[in-house]
Design a protein around this ligand. Structure first.
Ligand SMILES: C[S@@+](CC[C@H](N)C(=O)[O-])C[C@H]1O[C@@H](n2cnc3c(N)ncnc32)[C@H](O)[C@@H]1O
Length: 312
């Protein structure tokens, strides 16, 4: 049910300002089209619509049907929602977009509603799909995946030291009593396999993060969407990426750095370098007041870059 659970938007004004370039000014150079790649509950989209001109457009993406249902209630003719993964923004017209915003990860409604299976705090079916209409749930994958593969996912995407003992515990459990079905079962199993607890952190935190990233192919999606944004952004178009953990932020940071420098071809040292396609504009963290009001914002890092006129 869309609407039952609330999401507090992180870096609301900062992201909209960064996307528009000039705070409080509707686009000065004629109609512009923006992309909110992660509609969620529409905090950024609504704030952006309030600042756009009458001829401007906003295209939003979300792979979660509940987010799409919420977006469908917006009747503003300048707005359109697409129930697609944001890597599909590659299909938008080349150099036709004035700004792309990605507010990564899961929304509070996804975490808070036990039925979605993302939370180790509230028991529910072990699902974790942002789009439950397609793909494999976490329970389905854990029922058949190879122990080494499970360990690798938990190690790589959760940076979990006890990845192998956790994977072995999952394997032992499915052989003895059948596959895991609920988030509480998994959380309990992980708590038994994690030997040293990190202060203030539930022992299941890293494993749940890892499975969620894997099940939703989050890092591959991010990489593809970043590549696509280079093609769809017009000169001076803005790329704004808000991430919530180091794996995502590293990808955004390296992508912006890689395209913000001139590239020389070592085999042709006297040829002109490939021009940079992005100009890095900086990195913003939430202010102390925002973190105090919304503890989920504490790990947020927003990176902003501007598309140059250079082609590939
Ligand atoms: C942090 S929330 C966005 C919150 C939103 N900015 C707001 O203010 O309400 C992230 C949203 O992005 C969606 N999402 C994450 N990865 C996605 C992807 N690869 N493609 C499409 N939607 C995605 C999730 O389903 C979730 O609704």
């Amino acid at each position: 049910m869309a609407g039952t659970w609330q999401h507090t938007t992180v870096l609301l004004n900062e992201a909209v300002d960064a996307l528009l370039g000039k705070p409080d000014t509707p686009s000065a150079t004629g109609p512009a089209t923006y992309v909110d790649a992660t509609f969620g509950r529409g905090g950024h989209s609504r704030a952006l619509l309030a600042r756009l001109g009458p001829q401007d457009r906003l295209i939003a993406f979300d792979r979660d049907p509940e987010a799409v249902a919420e977006a469908s209630a917006i009747t503003d003719p300048r707005f359109a929602i697409r129930h697609e993964a944001f890597s599909q923004l590659a299909g938008l017209p080349a150099a036709g977009i004035a700004g792309v915003l990605m507010d990564l990860g899961v929304s509070s409604p996804q975490i808070d509603d036990p039925v979605r299976g993302f939370s180790f705090r509230n028991d529910g079916p072990l699902d974790m799909r942002m789009d439950p209409t397609r793909g494999q749930s976490a329970a389905q994958w854990l029922a058949t995946a190879d122990t080494q593969q499970i360990a690798q996912v938990i190690r790589d995407y959760g940076e979990e030291r006890f990845a192998l003992p956790i994977a072995k515990a999952i394997d032992a459990r499915r052989q003895e009593r059948g596959p895991l079905a609920t988030t509480a079962e998994l959380a309990q199993l992980v708590a038994g396999a994690v030997k040293t607890r990190e202060p203030g952190q539930d022992p299941a935190t890293r494993t749940f993060q890892a499975l969620r990233i894997f099940i939703n192919a989050e890092l591959e999606e991010l990489q593809q969407a970043l590549e696509a944004s280079l093609n769809v952004l017009q000169p001076h178009g803005r790329l704004v990426v808000i991430s919530f953990h180091s794996l995502e932020d590293r990808i955004a940071k390296q992508f912006i750095a890689q395209h913000s420098r001139e590239v020389y071809d070592r085999r042709a040292p006297f040829a002109a370098p490939k021009a940079m396609r992005l100009k890095a504009l900086g990195r913003i963290r939430p202010a102390a007041a925002e973190v105090a009001a919304n503890p989920r914002s504490r790990s947020a890092i927003m990176r902003v870059a501007e598309r140059t006129g250079a082609q590939a």
